[in-house]
Design a protein around this ligand. Sequence first.
Ligand code: CA
Length: 224
Amino acid sequence: MKILLVEDEQKLAAALSRGLNLEGYTVDVIPDGKKALTRISLHRSDYDLIILDLMLPGMDGYEICKQVREMNITIPILILTARNETDTKVQLLTSGADDYLVKPFSFAELVARIRALLRRPSEKLPETLKVGDLELNPTERRVLREGKEIPLTLKEFGLLEYFMRHPNQVVNREDLLNHLWDLNYVGFSNVVDVHVKNLRRKLDEGNSKSVLETVRGIGYRLSD
Ligand code: CA
């Protein structure tokens, strides 16, 4: 799951980003309102959630939220607001935001809100994803194949979740990079292949049939 964090307080942004990484989320941070809107409009499919600070240079959180919704982008939006701005609750929700959190907030509260937003009924995300003999529970972060639990790293889990949300489709490397690595990532280019290889090894251990096939030159397909 990838989150866009639009926050101009550097220390807060860095702390949230670190914490969310540890929870298994990939986070892009943008400190400017206008740049954030451009990023969202051009890369809408990369993000599962937007966390938006209200007071921002360039363009404020309300305006971003309104414009995002005018573009028919339905990514859940969580707004961060300072204590003295809470009387604007109605305004926040009518601007198209899904939820808001008053600063200062606890990190645990933020994570709880994020989880709730990512399984909104309107998104119709089932609690447990099932493809073939694989089962994945995003909340408990558990993966089973034929009922047997498979321990995965955060990255492998993220990859598998992405595959399981796009079953029987060819997923290309670029989609995986955009979705699971942040935009500042400057590592080796075969990072996706390395993680997918490890994931496949774990999934296939003790099974004769591989569920994750390589589509040469394009990417991968998880079949049921
Ligand atoms: Ca701010």
